[in-house]
Write a protein that binds this ligand. Structure first.
Ligand SMILES: O=P(O)(O)OC[C@H]1O[C@](O)(COP(=O)(O)O)[C@@H](O)[C@@H]1O
Ligand SMILES: [Mg+2]
Ligand SMILES: [Mg+2]
Length: 334
């Protein structure tokens, strides 16, 4: 059986005119960067890449050495790719200009270079999340405004997960494909065609240590799940929380479930912890393309109009029936 590599899949997409050639090259460059990040992550303590970098990012979070290394790998790979107008990252306060005349290419790339980085030092799966938008017409510099487009405008999104296997999950707007890195040949090979998230589930993911801070609809929903088969939902639920969004979402894509990071009373002025533009939007695009759903409790995440690059958002995503239930409980509370 001939193997379908990521490159071959992208060439076929270009041939069938579903994907423009420059978008194809852009995805190839991102995938190459993910291979380099996977290699860096795998060095661990032997390569001296674990631990803190000694700096904070724009969100005031301590950067890990690998946050900085992964960000640099993505910047360097994409700077010279020729298909981008600008980049934005969790690790950089402002939009990043591609050297040379603006705009060099017609796309904007956003990324969380290393998601779940609090897990690196304990050797738990981490990943890279990315989102691609078109650079709007009439913009003459790589400003924040160019990026502030709702998630429905994404032309591609994906993530790489650095776990027992390195995988790349990708959507170009017609389904989700999964590729596993064949380390001996150095290629991503398609191993998961047409991924679908089961509509029903008995598994939920939430950081339960925040329970006392949750809003009433979240408390109600989690209480009902914990009540099991004698409770109102009539079934026993299992719970998982990896604290790497990529790893939790990957499990949900693979076997179903609901992921929740709600807003809570710890920092009432913030609408949640996760970032809209480079975490929630790309993951929502992937989940929806796999038949799941994603809301902030009230509205579809991909319909939200962003107001700043590093904006935060509450996230409920995964199996459709459960996301609809969580959303219904929020709406009833209003
Ligand atoms: O530690 P908490 O509060 O459970 O948060 C876990 C969440 O934070 C994140 O790690 C944030 O991502 P970063 O590591 O990119 O900052 C998510 O991946 C994860 O879902
Ligand atoms: Mg993250
Ligand atoms: Mg990160």
């Amino acid at each position: 059986m001939s193997r379908i590599t990521l490159s071959r899949y992208l060439i076929e997409q270009t041939r069938s005119q579903e994907t423009p050639a420059d978008l194809r090259f852009l995805i190839e460059v991102v995938a190459r960067a993910c291979k380099a990040i996977s290699h860096a992550v795998s060095k661990g303590a032997l390569g001296g890449v674990l631990g803190n970098a000694g700096s904070d990012n724009v969100q005031g979070e301590a950067q890990k050495k690998l946050d900085v290394i992964s960000n640099d790998i993505l910047l360097e790979a994409n700077e010279w790719g020729g298909h981008l107008a600008a980049m934005a990252s969790e690790e950089m306060e402002k939009a990043y200009q591609i050297p040379g005349e603006f705009p060099k290419g017609k796309y904007l790339l956003l990324f969380d270079p290393l998601d779940g980085s609090s897990n690196i030092d304990v050797n738990v799966s981490v990943g890279t999340i990315f989102s691609v938008l078109r650079c709007p017409e009439g913009i003459d510099a790589p400003c924040e405004k160019a990026f502030l487009q709702p998630g429905v405008e994404q032309v591609a999104a994906g993530y790489a997960i650095y776990g027992p296997q390195t995988m790349l999950m990708l959507t170009l707007g017609h389904g989700v494909k999964g590729f596993t890195l064949d380390r001996e040949v150095g290629s991503f090979v398609m191993t998961h065609d047409d991924i679908r998230v089961p509509e029903q589930t008995k598994e939920f993911a939430i950081n339960a240590s925040n329970q006392r801070h949750w809003e009433a609809p979240v408390k109600r929903y989690v209480d009902e799940m914990l009540a099991g088969e004698t409770g109102p939902l009539g079934k026993n639920y299992n719970m998982r929380w990896i604290a790497s969004m990529v790893a939790d979402v990957h499990r949900i894509l693979t076997r179903g479930g609901i992921f929740m990071y709600p807003r809570d009373a710890r920092e009432p002025e913030k609408p949640g912890k996760l970032r809209l533009m480079y975490e929630a939007n790309p993951m929502s695009f992937i989940i929806e393309q796999a038949g799941g759903a994603a809301t902030n409790g009230l509205e579809r995440i991909m319909d939200l109009q962003p107001t700043s690059l590093h904006e935060r958002v509450a996230v409920f995503l995964g199996s459709k029936e459960e996301v609809e239930r969580a959303t219904r409980y929020h709406r009833e509370q209003q």
